[in-house]
Each structure stands twice: as C-alpha cells, then as structure tokens.
Design a protein around this ligand. Sequence first.
Ligand SMILES: [Zn+2]
Length: 117
Amino acid sequence: MNYVKVVNSIEDPEPEGFLTSAGTQLALCCPDCGHGYSHVQAVYTLLGGDEGGTLYRGSHLVARETPYRRDALAVRVLGECGHRWDFVFQQHKGETFIRIDMLEPDKSGTVPKERVL
Ligand SMILES: [Zn+2]
C-alpha cells in the first residue's frame, strides 16, 4: 500500500461533523464536506511510543506513528466525494480518544482496493 499523507488532524471532532441521519439510523458523513456516502476501506495500527509497539489484532501496520505513548487503531474511510480519512481510536491513560485524520484525497478517481478478501 502506498503511504497516504495526513493533511489535517481534527483532535476533538463534534459528532455533527462526522455523523448524519440516514432514515432511522446514524451514518458516517465526510468530515470535510458533509457528503453522506462513504465506504470503510481498512483497519490499521498506528504505532505509539514506549508503551506501544504491537499490532491490534486483525489490523495492518500503516507507515505512520501516533504522537502518543500508546498505539492507536485507525479505520480508513473513503467518501464517494473523493475525500478520505482515518477515524483514530487513541489509547491514553485508560481513555480512548477519537480524532479524525483527514488524508490527501484520492486522485485516481477509483475506489482503492484496500480490502483483502
Ligand atoms: Zn468530502
């Protein structure tokens, strides 16, 4: 997989910034433009510092680190709008923080095949 650059990190995302109503259920929406159609692509481990260093079960290692001491789990999402982002679940002193790392947009115009079947 090619390295994908983080262009903006949203440390304290408001729920209305990444959730939308889809009939009777909540659905993800693009944190950048609000578009309501998206696709989960992959799950990654972001390596932390001295208290990290192991992959979350079922995840890949992505060529990025998290600035925290513990590892983080990232769920990569591609919006049909062309934006892509990682939902990051960051362990920190017994709490799990959520942040959104906006990634450089996909310029290929196609949905990347990041899933392994
Ligand atoms: Zn978007």
